[in-house]
Design a protein around this ligand. Structure first.
Ligand SMILES: [Zn+2]
Length: 118
């Protein structure tokens, strides 16, 4: 076998067992620490934006049931990709939730904001 394996961190040729991914403990640690940091940042940023989404819905829905236009949510910085749950009623209405705050697309660019009792 002439297949050469290279360290994922530094690119050096790896000697020894074929299942090794790194040339040394130092390279393995450096690589894993960097991967972990990326995950931590991703999770932190996602959590931050989920919280922002929740805050926007809470602020716009003081009464527990409010009709708003999509542009108002977008202007506030709402990210429609970030939700924590989906609830489909028997009539096939799909509510999207950010924790206890939800919204339903009611057409014409409008959403009905609702609050779930928790
Ligand atoms: Zn290495």
């Amino acid at each position: 076998m002439t297949d050469e394996k290279h360290c994922l961190e530094c690119g050096e040729v790896i000697l020894g067992r074929s299942d090794k991914k790194f040339c040394s403990d130092a390279c393995r640690n450096a690589y894993n620490n960097r991967q972990n940091k990326v995950s931590v940042n991703l999770i932190r940023n996602t959590n931050r934006h989920l919280k922002k989404n929740w805050r926007i819905l809470t602020d716009l829905n003081a009464t527990g049931k409010t009709k708003v236009h999509r542009s108002k949510l977008v202007k506030a910085g709402f990210d429609f990709d970030l939700i924590t749950g989906i609830y489909t009623t028997k009539k096939q209405s799909v509510y999207y939730f950010v924790y206890d705050q939800g919204y339903l697309d009611i057409g014409g660019g409008f959403y009905m904001l609702v609050k779930r009792d928790v």
